[in-house]
Design a protein around this ligand. Structure first.
Ligand code: TYC
Length: 103
């Protein structure tokens, strides 16, 4: 903690004021219908993954039911999930993302 000084004496110990924000995981869920290519495209374009990483995450969702696409502050995580869900609906795919706290 920081020290607060007053004329050469320590008055109190202050808490550092900058705290790390709570972080949220964006979780992608499996379904039986969304084409694998579409999922990889979403992971590349919305989560800035390279094609190899995107393919790895897509296959993890496919085999395990869900996977983490990224970890962000709450606003960014909510926006990414909403953008993916809207883009999927616009393209008539049931692909779905949710967010959850990253303890
Ligand atoms: N299970 C889908 C299929 O067999 C592929 C898929 C992967 C769908 C990941 C959604 O988040 C997903 N075509």
């Amino acid at each position: 903690d920081d020290l607060n000084w007053n004329g050469g004496t320590v008055l109190e110990r202050a808490k550092p004021k900058l705290k790390k924000p709570p972080m949220y995981k964006v979780i992608m869920l499996n379904d039986d219908y969304t084409p694998m290519d579409f999922v990889v495209e979403v992971l590349c374009n919305f989560f800035r993954l390279d094609p190899e990483s995107a393919t790895r995450v897509m296959l993890k969702v496919h085999t395990e039911g869900s996977a983490v696409c990224g970890v962000y502050t709450r606003d960014i995580a909510e926006t990414k999930a909403a953008q993916v869900n809207q883009f999927s609906q616009d393209n008539e795919h049931p692909l779905w993302c949710e967010i959850e706290p990253d303890d």
